[in-house]
Design a binder for this molecule. Structure first.
Ligand code: FES
Length: 135
């Protein structure tokens, strides 16, 4: 039998959260030219304000060769339904940014199915990957 996740306090109402890597490579225009990294973060924050999810940034998550990396953390409801953090790689173009926003607004992992094309960008988290975020 799988372990049960018991959430208490504010965690019971935690919305889906996009953890956007902005470390040494992700979001770095010198290393990844041709993408508007500032627009991406602004677009996700604007979509979060409308769609009821959260956006946070974090330092390097590890898989820099797959930048930009964004982790979709499930909401409390999604976690109760079996949703787990989903790592997205190569998230730099407008289409993947919009799909990330759409999925998070729909509820994210455990609540809504991801867009099929976004599934093609799922990556494995590093073995000891932990998502720490800052605002
Ligand atoms: S800077 Fe994003 S994974 Fe390293």
């Amino acid at each position: 039998m799988p372990p049960r996740t018991i959430l208490t306090g504010a965690a019971r109402h935690q919305p889906c959260t996009l953890v956007v890597c902005r470390g040494c490579c992700c979001g770095n225009a010198r290393k990844l030219p041709g993408a508007d990294h500032a627009w991406q973060l602004e677009r996700l924050r604007a979509a979060a304000a409308e769609g009821g999810f959260q956006v946070r940034t974090t330092d390097c998550l590890g898989p820099c060769d797959q930048a930009n990396v964004i982790v979709v953390r499930p909401s409390a409801a999604g976690r109760r339904a079996g949703g787990r953090a989903t790592w997205i790689g190569f998230a730099m173009d407008d289409a993947s940014t919009e799909e990330l926003a759409e999925w998070a607004a729909a509820g994210g992992p455990g609540v809504a199915e991801p867009p099929v094309t976004l599934e093609l960008q799922f990556i494995s988290p590093p073995r000891e990957g932990k998502v720490r975020s800052r605002r």
